[in-house]
Design a binder for this molecule. Structure first.
Ligand SMILES: [Zn+2]
Ligand SMILES: [Zn+2]
Length: 105
């Protein structure tokens, strides 16, 4: 039993096999399913995909605005984890909601 963590999850995508007739997820190549026959999150994601052919089994942050980086972890004055925030790389503005940075500069 190894417990690996991956720097870049995009390089470790899993393949979910669907039943042609029912559309149910039958199998997945990830360890949860291979080793434990578990109904894993990948299978759930594929089954829940919309019928119009679009599938995003591994949702990622909306990265089409490259000014914004984050989320970062924010700390309160005592050094405790307090909030997440996003930062604009252009003007340095920070906000606890990513949407608040859409027109900061
Ligand atoms: Zn899986
Ligand atoms: Zn900005």
């Amino acid at each position: 039993m190894t417990n690996e963590s991956y720097e870049n999850p995009a390089e470790h995508q899993y393949v979910v096999t669907l039943d042609d007739v029912t559309g149910d997820a039958m199998a997945c190549t990830c360890p949860h399913h291979v080793h434990r026959s578990a109904f894993c999150k990948h299978m759930a994601a594929v089954e829940n995909a919309t019928d119009d052919g679009t599938l995003e089994a591994f949702p990622s942050e909306d990265n089409d605005d490259e000014r914004i980086s984050g989320p970062y972890t924010g700390y309160d004055k005592d050094g405790n984890v307090d909030h997440n925030y996003w930062k604009c790389e252009h003007c340095g503005a920070e906000a606890t909601r990513k949407g608040a940075l859409t027109d900061c500069c």
